[in-house]
Design a protein around this ligand. Structure first.
Ligand code: SAM
Length: 262
């Protein structure tokens, strides 16, 4: 949550810098809902707006590609197979950062040994839906740890870093201003042995494509990662033409730099 702005013009300036696309032609149209919501909720954040909007859509029974109980698209299985090929073993500890409704989580919980899966998110609303869809025996046996992202959880992970961190479909809901902070959180919970995999929506320049959807050039994410103390590489860019709106997805792998940049 942000501080209460001194006056409305400060609030509006903050709104614009939060979204970070002041030059965009469609800026006003894309952000009118956020501006209107934020004026009614001056103490809440862009992420609160995103959660409120998505929750409203899920509560109305709308189908979502990855969240809620009516998920349609984007099977989590291929990503889990990729992690296993990259060395993920059953006794490794893995953090699913922005785990949503456990699209990947469900497969990962099944694969990993008890207590090894940690799903973190900014709201419990989404992972509660995911839990309801998991077989109760699986949850009893594997005891996944599901938690809100908080200083306490980040401190706990920093003290005992996981083997893998997966961040899938999360950055495209994070406004530019918060992206660096999320990279710093990822760096904080990464030890020398931690492998961080980020799946994201890619574009040539940073762009806002919906009220709470952004696309990033890989170079921007790699640069923010490096500043946070994580170095790595883009593994692949894939054009998916078969969807209603074609998208380009990216996948990168990061590791902790021994000497972080300033
Ligand atoms: C499209 S869903 C993807 C969920 C899951 N990772 C998957 O692949 O199915 C985006 C997720 O990012 C989470 N999220 C949004 N802003 C976040 C932030 N600032 N930090 C961490 N997670 C965030 C949302 O709550 C949501 O669960």
């Amino acid at each position: 949550m942000g501080k209460r702005p001194a006056h409305w013009s400060a609030a509006l300036t903050e709104l614009l810098s939060t979204v970070g696309t002041r030059g965009s032609r469609d800026f006003v149209q894309r952000n009118s809902r956020y501006v209107e919501w934020r004026l009614r909720h001056p103490l809440r954040s862009f992420t609160d707006f995103y959660v409120a909007e998505e929750s409203k859509r899920l509560d109305a029974g709308m189908v979502h590609p990855s969240l809620g109980r009516n998920r349609v698209l984007f099977d989590g299985y291929p990503m889990v197979q990729l992690l296993i090929k990259a060395g993920l073993q059953a006794d490794h500890r893995l953090v699913d950062y922005g785990c949503g409704s456990l699209r990947l989580g469900r497969e990962l919980i099944a694969y990993l040994a008890p207590d090894r899966y940690w799903g973190l998110d900014v709201t419990a609303r989404f992972f509660r839906d995911g839990l309801q869809d998991c077989p109760p025996d699986l949850i009893r046996e594997k005891r996944p740890r599901l938690a809100l992202i908080s200083r306490r959880v980040l401190r706990e992970l920093a003290a005992s870093p996981p083997d893998f961190v997966i961040v899938s479909g999360v950055f495209h809901h994070i406004p530019l201003r918060q992206t660096a902070q999320v990279m710093r959180n990822l760096a904080r919970i990464s030890g020398q042995h931690t492998k961080v995999y980020i799946g994201f929506l890619a574009s040539d320049v940073f762009e806002q494509v919906g009220p709470y959807s952004f696309r990033h050039p890989p170079s921007l994410l790699l640069d923010l990662a490096r500043r946070a103390g994580l170095g790595g590489e883009l593994l692949r860019l894939t054009d998916q033409e078969d969807l209603a709106k074609p998208i380009r997805t990216g996948l990168m792998r990061l590791e902790r730099l021994s000497a972080p940049l300033g």
